[in-house]
Design a protein around this ligand. Sequence first.
Ligand SMILES: [Zn+2]
Length: 266
Amino acid sequence: MKKTIVFFDVEADLVSQKTDNKECIERVLGELRKRKIMAAFNVCGKVVEEFPRQVELMHSNGHEISSHMYNHENVLGLNEKELNSAMQKTEKLISEITGSKPIGFRSPWLYYNAKVYSVLRQRGYKWASNKRIRRAEIAEHPSLQFSDSNFLHLVNKLLLKTFLRTQWVFFPKKPFNANGLREIPLLSSMDGELLGLVDPNQNSSLAQLEFTVNSLQKQYFQAEQHFNLTFHDWLIGSKNRIKVLQSTLDFLQKQRAEFILPRELL
Ligand SMILES: [Zn+2]
């Protein structure tokens, strides 16, 4: 019974490719509803403006809604005033739907510094989820043309895997208190790392889908008492990639994962 959080970063097509986000969000919500799983949606303020109905659905279905900044800004390039202004704008938009200010924050691209955390603390945020390392499974990615028949490639792959595995040994495997907030470290590879760069309007190859599902399962077994997943609606909700979400959620239920929300960790 590992305590498991399913995160979705919802940035619409603000940062990446054009796709039908409304439909992607609704497909994702449908899969969660079917399995009675509650998830955490890190939502950009601009998404709330563009798709209020879909964000309302997230809320009315019982999911937790947290902030992912207003326009997926790079927080490292903002001063205190700009950070406050983008956060406030997003808080207002979210609270118009949920009735209360978000208490959780996921930085765009997971970027952060001391200033960001100080502003989060001042604004009353309770949790953040920005710490991550790359995981060893990445070394087996189908697109990483390592050829096992080439000795140098093989050595490179082994070195990369050993390095990433060693890093994982020292990585925090459960939420901890830091900077006055509850920090929820990412305990699996993000969907984009495993699926690779894809065109949301095209299917992914079967090899990529299988690789993603298998890697996430391995990472679940490597986790201790806590586990979490990070998906993006426009990626996992588009074309045949929804199968990755379906198989992963089915797998977690079979493993009797205990689905929790970040706010339950405070
Ligand atoms: Zn993002």
